[in-house]
Design a protein around this ligand. Structure first.
Ligand code: SF4
Length: 188
């Protein structure tokens, strides 16, 4: 599975492809080197399910490792409610839902189908507001969009010419370690 793309990086790739390269370079480094507040909160959002403490219902499957041979992705789901046939991704805060976050949920969905689970409902759960946000099951067109996106991700070469977006750099956790920009992020 070494060529499989991690589902958790799909949204990061949309934010900035170069951040994926930096993530791979620094992933073994001390997390304090680059973890900024938003990511720390994101980690907290997943701690409950990773520690399997967010639900006491035996109806729920938490933190299940999943993968898809068809898409070439792997990762973990947050919560699958068996009775409701509902797949849920927890986020600390969701002011808006980005395409990359949808890609993550869709990728989890296709992984679960490939593993033989039935899914009739998708949702994000916003922890900070205790809000469930229903998401439509992806269409065939949306599946194609996801497949093409994963292909672009797979073909990405960090040596390709690239102009950074300073507004993104300002909010990037790798900003202080990145050779593409001189700006300092807002978390410094
Ligand atoms: S600092 Fe800017 S260019 Fe570098 S990874 Fe982050 S967003 Fe991309």
């Amino acid at each position: 599975m070494e060529d499989y793309i991690s589902i958790s990086t799909l949204n990061d790739y949309i934010f900035c492809p170069y951040s994926i390269y930096l993530h791979n370079v620094y992933m073994d480094a001390d997390e304090g080197l680059y973890h900024a507040t938003p990511q720390t909160k994101g980690t907290i959002a997943h701690t409950a399910t990773d520690g399997k403490t967010s639900s006491t219902s035996s109806n729920d499957i938490l933190s299940l490792p999943v993968s898809s041979d068809e898409l070439g992705v792997m990762g973990k789901i947050d919560v699958y409610k068996q009775k409701e046939k509902m797949l849920i991704e927890r986020k600390y805060k969701l002011k808006q839902i980005y395409r990359g976050q949808l890609y993550q949920l869709w990728a989890q969905y296709y992984c679960m189908l490939e593993l033989g689970y039935k899914i009739e409902k998708l949702a994000f759960y916003e922890i900070s507001t205790n809000r469930m946000i229903p998401i439509k099951i992806p269409t065939e067109e949306e599946k194609n969009e996801l497949t093409e996106f994963i292909q672009r991700f797979r073909n990405y070469n960090p040596a390709d010419y690239f102009v950074p977006n300073p507004n993104k750099c300002l909010h990037c956790i790798y900003c202080n370690l990145c050779d593409k920009t001189e700006v300092e992020n807002v978390y410094s």
